[in-house]
Write a protein that binds this ligand. Structure first.
Ligand SMILES: Cc1cc2nc3c(=O)[nH]c(=O)nc-3n(C[C@H](O)[C@H](O)[C@H](O)COP(=O)(O)O)c2cc1C
Length: 355
């Protein structure tokens, strides 16, 4: 049980969530294998939400959710909150129905994706330029859902334009959104540069429902700082948490949660060398679990992408990327990675996020 109160001032998933940190939805990264490896670091008494990567609501109705890599799930995965991208009622209705049957505990709507295709089809961040239609998308999703519906947003240009954001969010709230997540980088910034946490703070103060903060949380200290400084209900971390799944364990220690299952009596990695070694263990497990779920070829592609995105915190990250690129099959990859981590590697606390 938590002894320090941080985050969760307002209930998420009707109060089921008791842990104020979660993984972000990331195309190519937030999949069943990574979630499985990460869950091993979640304190035993913690409940949090787990996203999928964004799923196109036009495609979900025709897909086999059990075998499609983006929607594969393990037998027991509590807290699943798949993210959909879309703007048409028929596709959303059918997608929501299928995702709820699949095990979704909430549905998240993507209003942050800045790619050209999203702008062209008026979904993703394009919806932020169309407040009435964005509210309509929430309304049609809520109407067809038996589980809560949330929205993931991007920042407006600056805090001066905050009124716009508040009006926008009020529209979502009136349409039935259960909570929002704000990633305060603008569409133009994509995922680089400074995330303006002040916007999270102002948004949280202005609304009466849960707000999740996201952007540039690279360490457990960052997660605690975001929770403290912005007052948000939960911190969501993307690249930083993918690279350091044990951040869940570290935060659990800070907040007085139990150790993760099987790690009773142990301490979470803290020094740069301990973290470097843990990264190696995570990677080996991820390779193995990716092969289990995705098969040889797709596993290698997914692991290479994981390493390109997360090895930026390692002193010799480029060399590790090379090891994974060179491997001709999963066994060679496992062997190369094991050899790489046979000597100590240091992991830095922060880096400039570019990808
Ligand atoms: C490779 C990659 C793919 C992403 N895909 C999605 C996505 O599918 N849906 C979404 O809402 N955001 C997506 N994002 C944005 C993240 O959810 C998050 O908002 C962003 O990375 C900022 O958080 P961070 O600084 O902790 O990484 C993606 C980010 C990355 C790095």
């Amino acid at each position: 049980m938590s002894s320090i109160k941080l985050g969760l001032h307002r209930p998420i998933l009707n109060g089921k969530v008791n842990f104020p940190l979660c993984l972000a939805p990331m195309v190519g990264l937030t999949h069943v294998a990574l979630r499985e490896v990460m869950r091993e670091y979640l304190p035993q008494d913690a409940y949090t939400i787990w996203p999928t990567e964004m799923l196109n609501s036009r495609r979900i109705p025709g897909e086999n959710l059990e075998t499609t890599p983006e929607t594969m799930r393990a037998a027991h995965e509590p807290g699943l909150v798949p993210q959909i991208l879309g703007n048409e009622e028929e596709a959303i209705t059918e997608s929501v129905k299928r995702l709820v049957e699949w095990g979704a505990e909430a549905i998240d709507i993507n209003m942050g994706c800045p790619v050209q295709k999203a702008l062209k089809h008026n979904y993703g961040v394009a919806l932020m330029g169309d407040p009435n239609y964005a509210a309509e998308v929430v309304r049609m999703t809520v109407k067809n859902s038996t589980v809560p519906v949330s929205v993931k947003l991007r920042a407006v240009g600056s805090t001066k334009e905050l009124d716009e954001l508040l009006t926008f969010v009020a529209g979502l709230r009136n349409s039935g959104a259960a909570w929002v997540c704000l990633h305060p980088r603008t569409a133009a910034q994509k995922r680089r540069g400074w995330a303006d946490w002040e916007q999270i703070k102002l948004l949280h103060a202005a609304v009466d429902f849960p707000v999740i903060g996201n952007g540039d949380v690279q360490t457990v200290e960052d997660a605690m700082l975001m929770l403290k400084e912005t007052g948000c209900d939960m911190a969501m971390a993307g690249r930083g948490l993918a690279a350091r799944p044990w951040m869940l364990w570290q935060l659990g220690e800070e907040l007085g949660f139990a150790a993760p299952a099987g790690k009773e009596g142990l301490k979470a990695p803290r020094t740069s060398e301990e973290e470097g070694a843990e990264y190696g263990r995570v990677l080996l497990k991820l390779i193995e679990r990716s092969r289990h779920y995705f098969g040889e070829d797709l596993a290698m592609r997914k692991v290479r992408f994981y390493v390109r995105t997360t090895s930026v915190w390692l002193a010799f990250g480029n060399a590790l990327t090379g090891v994974c690129a060179k491997a001709r099959n999963v066994d060679e990859m496992l062997e190369g990675v094991a050899k790489f981590f046979a000597v100590p590697h240091e992991m830095s606390l922060r880096t400039e996020l570019r990808q």
